[in-house]
Design a protein around this ligand. Structure first.
Ligand code: HAM
Length: 415
């Protein structure tokens, strides 16, 4: 017996109905906002992620599913943004209308230590918008997140908001932090000591108590933002307030991927425990250009589907089985079953049969189990007379009808 690998799951019925329901809600809302679906491949050149997420990010350093192929190195995608940006450039989409809104759903892969809400294969529902620099789109994206979460019947989430500023602001801020933190080196956890060398911003959202105490002492605000970035941030906040979106300014929020500039946000939920983010995102105004495209501002976010499912109040939907169940008795009748089912399905009558030889009693039990409304019994006798037995399971009645009238008789009865 070979089992699934740790950190992966089989999504089975009836749980799958909840996935489909959430996806259907999302598709309807996203279509209202003019988002179009995009399906990039699950596997890309590993370099795409190194260049997008950053060489020193945890995802690239420790979590990539790598596949060497000759001189090439492929990777299962750990996230969707880099692939969507690659697709945007490679397919010349920047040369069409320029401004474009995309959404995607599908599996992502990260070799993390599995725990509640943290898997090695998980699913994103993500959006990416290209071609708008102004604060309006930031506010629309965050409002869209709120609308989606409300429609998914998720209550008690918190929207944390910050601005990292432009690339220059980030550099300036990193230098400032490095200077301040050098003196505290010995009090940082091992990982933050590493971050001090190559990813100092990440120290800000370290969960370790002693690191947190050092960060709290700094009293970080938004002094590192240049006037343009500060103005952008203020306008995003004002638009959100106008839309009555409740958010929390969180200066320590830096996100774990290097491509972000200006607006960043995270949506947390206390019922999730240690891995409390149901979704996150932000602006990445330099990524299209960094990956070889024209200068194109962009913003996006992704929800973790598994985490949405942990906190939604929506319930699995019990699937209704086929309304008609055909029981054939004898070889001749059995030989007619596929043609009969084909005719019913052509008329949109959902039906099934027992493909194996069973007693009438056993087959009736099966019809009951799947919740069939009507049972058809066809024996060699009936076949000879060109009739069929039609049982109404609710009324507990049965009658023999001409085979030629079967569809009309069923349609009369099916609600
Ligand atoms: P991220 O924060 O790495 O951002 O992932 C987004 C969400 O995916 C998280 O908030 C979490 O809900 C879920 N998630 C992440 N890792 C796991 C895991 N191992 N198991 C289960 N769920 C997980 C991104 O990936 C960015 N691409 C989001 C974005 C889009 N930014 C701009 N556009």
């Amino acid at each position: 017996m070979i089992n699934r690998i740790p950190g992966t799951r089989d999504i089975l019925p009836p749980e799958i109905s909840l996935w489909q329901h959430i996806e259907a809600i999302a598709r309807a809302i996203l279509s209202n906002y003019n988002y179009q679906e995009i399906r990039p491949p699950l596997v890309e050149e590993a370099g795409l992620f190194n260049r997008s997420l950053g060489d020193f990010t945890e995802v690239v350093q420790k979590q990539m599913f790598l596949i060497p192929k000759g001189d090439d190195l492929y990777a299962l995608r750990p996230e969707g943004t880099a692939s969507v940006v690659r697709a945007y450039i490679e397919n010349g989409l920047d040369k069409t209308t320029g401004f474009m809104k995309f959404f995607y759903t599908g599996p992502m892969f990260r070799l993390e230590r599995p725990q509640k809400g943290r898997q090695r294969q998980f699913h994103h529902l993500g959006c990416e918008v290209f071609g708008s620099e102004g604060p309006l789109i930031d506010a629309e994206v965050i409002f869209l997140i709120k609308e989606l979460l409300d429609a998914f019947k998720i209550e008690g989430y918190r929207i944390k908001l910050n601005s990292l500023g432009c690339q220059e602001d980030k550099k300036k801020f990193s230098r400032l932090l490095t200077e301040r933190f050098e003196a505290e080196k010995s009090n940082f956890c091992q990982e933050c000591n590493q971050r001090l060398k190559n990813n100092v911003l990440r120290i800000l959202d370290c969960k370790n108590d002693s690191c947190r105490a050092i960060v709290d002492k700094l009293n970080i605000g938004h002094n590192h933002l240049c006037p343009e970035c500060l103005d952008h941030f203020n306008k995003v906040k004002a638009h959100l307030e106008k839309l009555n979106v409740v958010f929390e300014i969180t200066p320590q929020l830096v996100r774990g991927l290097d491509y972000y500039t200006r607006t960043v946000f995270e949506i947390t939920h206390s019922e999730l425990g240690a891995q409390d983010a149901v979704g996150a995102g932000g602006r990445y105004d330099n990524l299209v250009e960094d990956l070889g495209g024209p200068k194109t501002p962009a913003i996006g976010f992704a929800f973790g589907m598994e985490r949405l499912l942990l906190v939604t109040k929506l319930k699995n939907i019990e699937r209704k089985g086929p309304s008609v169940y055909l029981i054939t008795l004898g070889d001749k009748a059995k030989n007619e079953s596929l043609a009969l089912l084909k005719n019913l399905r052509q008329e949109q009558i959902a039906c099934d049969t027992d493909f194996e030889e069973k007693s009438l009693k056993g087959s009736m039990r099966k019809a009951n189990d799947i919740g069939a409304d009507f049972v058809l019994i066809l024996g060699d006798n009936e076949l000879q007379k060109q009739t069929i037995m039609l049982k109404d399971m609710a009324l507990k009645s049965q009658e023999e009808i001409p085979l030629a009238n079967l569809i009309t008789e069923l349609k009369k009865r099916i609600k």
